[in-house]
Design a protein around this ligand. Sequence first.
Ligand code: PGA
Length: 253
Amino acid sequence: MGKLIVGNWKMNGLGPALVEAQAVAAGLGGLPGDRLGNSGVRVGLCPPATLVERLARCLAGSSVLVGGQDCHAEASGAFTGDVSAEMLSEAGAVLVILGHSERRSGYGETDALVASKVEAALRAGLEPIICVGETLAEREAGRAVAVVSTQVRGSLPQVLAGRPFALAYEPVWAIGTGLTPTTAQIEEIHAAVRAEMSAVLGAPGAQAPILYGGSVKPGNAAEILSVSEVGGALVGGASLKSADFLGIIAGAG
Ligand code: PGA
């Protein structure tokens, strides 16, 4: 199956940033056809909520998927400042990142809350990208596999079985730091994540892609994406510049 490469702009981007997304779409058009389509690379961009609708409009007709970075578990209601999955979908999103470590640590999101957001995403027809990952202290204590396995078990509701989704392994200590795990460390965690997904969801858990995220750059993308069970990448900083993001996508071919 083709790799899934998703850019997470985080809280970056005003209107002028849309030209970077258009450059990504134009760059994909220049890739050989066998790299795209059913057997090729799928590419997504998740801008701030304020840009989702504009991005979807300016990418209409391109192969780039648009996504949100979070959603509320409810469809509507008295939740000041929040955005629902239905709202993202109406704005043109087809993906949504859920349980990113910046949400888990900054807003106290638990596995149970992430699981309820996953249900909301499915209800609205969005494809969730569910993030897990250990802190440096957890890794140094030899608990990385245990922590990540527990997060996978708690964050994946049963209704995911048979629905399109992706898991993203993002070690907290690798996000925005320039540090990356060794390929052996990535392989170990991805294997554990795969086993846990299969245990929770049965056969469908063996299908969904497991992305790696954390300081993915053009220079390390091809090596990381060639690791067993790495089904794509979730890219933060390097997705803000079209040249860097296209360089990463080129490593997925
Ligand atoms: P980074 O972020 O690529 O800037 O390390 C990854 C992420 O947070 O998804």
